[in-house]
Design a binder for this molecule. Structure first.
Ligand code: SF4
Length: 342
C-alpha cells in the first residue's frame, strides 16, 4: 500500500509566504520536522542531496517546492478540455514511461502553487470569454494532482470553485487512491474524476510509487458513491505476455467493485504505449533496470507533436488492442462511453 506522499525536503519561495496557504503549509511541514530551505526561485535550486544522478533524481521526486504561479496564461489542453489549469507541477510517482520525465527535464521536483485565488480569477476570465459555451479545465496536465492534494487541498477548492461556476467544468486523472478528503467536496456534478488504470503486471513492473490496481478501484468506487461523474483512462496499454488475460482480470475487478450508480455515466479513454527517442534516453538513464520494451524495430513510426516522431504499436497490434479492450468494455459496461483510442 502506497502511503500518502510526505516530502523529505521542502523549499519555499519568499512570495509564497504572503499567501495563507503558503504560511499554512510551511507551519505544517515545520511541525512535521521536515527540513525547509528558502530559495529565491525554484530555478535557483541546486545541490539536492545525493551523490549521483540516480540518488539526486530520487531526492528531487521527494522534494516539494511551495511557490507561486507567475504565468497566469493557461495552456490549451485539446481534445478533452479547453485549458490546463495549473495547480501543481511534477509527481512523486516513479512510472517508467511518465511523460514528465521529458517535459520536466532536470527539474523533477514537485511544485505546488499557493496563489490559488489568482489562478481561479484567471480561470474566470477564460470562462467569460467563451460564455455561454461551457469551458472545460484539465487539472492533471503537468502533475498527478491528487497525489499531493491531501497536503494542499487546492484541487478540492478547484472542484468547489467549478461546482459553483456557471460555465466551467473540471477534469483530472490520477494513479493515486488518496481521495478521502475529496469525497465531501461540493462538486455539483461538474467534475469528472478519472483514474488511470492498468493490469497488475504493468502496475507492478512499471509504476512504482503509485497506488495498486485494487486500491485505485476501491477509491473509484468511493468517488462514484460520492456522485462524481467517473472515468477511466487505460494507459498506457502495453503488450506483454498474457496481456489479454491481464486486462480481462482488470475489467473483472472493476465490474466486481463499481456500484451500479457509477455505470450510467462512465467514460473510458484508451492510450497505447508509445515512446520517442529522447524519452527512451531519459527512461534508460532514470530507470536503468527497466524491463520496458523500447525496441524501435518492433514498432511503427508516427509523426508526433513538435516534429518528434513517436513509436507506437503496429497497425495489426493496434487493431487487436481496440478489438480486445473494446469488447471488454462492451461486455462489462455496455452503457459506458469509449471516448477515444490513440
Ligand atoms: S503517476 Fe502519472 S504523473 Fe506520476 S509518475 Fe506516474 S505517470 Fe507520471
Amino acid at each position: 500500500m502506497v502511503k500518502p506522499f510526505v516530502p523529505q525536503l521542502v523549499y519555499v519561495e519568499p512570495k509564497a509566504l504572503e499567501y495563507p496557504l503558503g504560511k499554512q503549509l510551511i507551519t505544517k511541514f515545520q511541525d512535521m520536522g521536515i527540513e525547509i530551505r528558502h530559495t529565491t526561485s525554484h530555478n535557483q535550486i541546486r545541490n539536492l542531496p545525493g551523490e549521483n544522478h540516480f540518488q539526486k533524481y530520487r531526492m528531487a521526486k521527494s522534494t516539494l517546492v511551495v511557490g507561486i504561479r507567475k504565468t497566469l496564461k493557461f495552456d490549451t489542453s485539446k481534445p478533452s478540455a479547453e485549458y490546463a489549469i495549473p495547480l501543481a507541477t511534477g509527481c512523486m510517482g516513479h512510472c517508467h514511461y511518465c511523460y514528465l520525465q521529458t517535459t520536466m527535464g532536470s527539474k523533477p521536483y514537485i511544485r505546488t502553487y499557493v496563489n490559488v485565488d489568482e489562478i481561479f480569477e484567471a480561470a474566470e476570465e477564460y470562462m467569460k470569454e467563451r460564455a455561454p459555451e461551457m469551458t472545460r479545465f484539465e487539472a492533471s496536465c503537468t502533475s498527478d494532482i491528487v497525489g499531493v492534494d491531501h497536503l494542499t487541498h487546492s484541487l478540492k477548492r478547484a472542484i468547489e470553485f467549478f461546482g459553483n461556476s456557471q460555465h466551467g467544468q473540471l477534469r483530472f486523472v490520477t494513479k493515486f487512491a488518496h481521495v478521502d478528503h475529496l469525497l465531501d467536496a461540493d462538486h455539483q456534478g461538474k467534475t469528472r474524476f478519472r483514474f488511470s488504470i492498468n493490469d497488475d503486471y504493468v502496475i507492478k513492473y512499471f509504476e512504482p510509487g503509485t497506488s495498486r490496481l485494487h486500491e485505485r478501484i476501491a477509491a473509484a468506487a468511493k468517488v462514484a458513491e460520492a456522485n462524481y461523474p467517473l472515468g477511466f483512462i487505460i494507459a498506457p496499454i502495453y503488450l506483454h505476455e498474457g496481456w489479454k488475460e491481464g486486462y480481462l482480470e482488470m475489467f473483472e475487478k472493476l465490474d466486481a467493485t463499481l456500484p451500479a450508480s457509477a455505470r450510467k455515466d462512465l467514460t473510458f479513454e484508451m492510450i497505447q504505449h508509445r515512446f520517442t527517442k529522447p524519452a527512451k534516453r531519459v527512461i534508460q538513464e532514470n530507470y536503468p533496470m527497466t524491463k520496458l520494451e523500447l525496441d524501435e524495430a518492433k514498432r511503427k513510426w508516427k509523426w508526433g507533436r513538435y516534429g518528434i516522431g513517436k513509436y507506437v504499436y503496429t497497425d495489426a497490434e493496434q487493431e487487436e488492442i481496440k478489438d480486445t479492450l473494446g469488447n471488454y468494455i462492451k461486455h462489462f459496461f455496455p452503457k459506458a462511453k469509449l471516448e477515444y483510442f490513440t
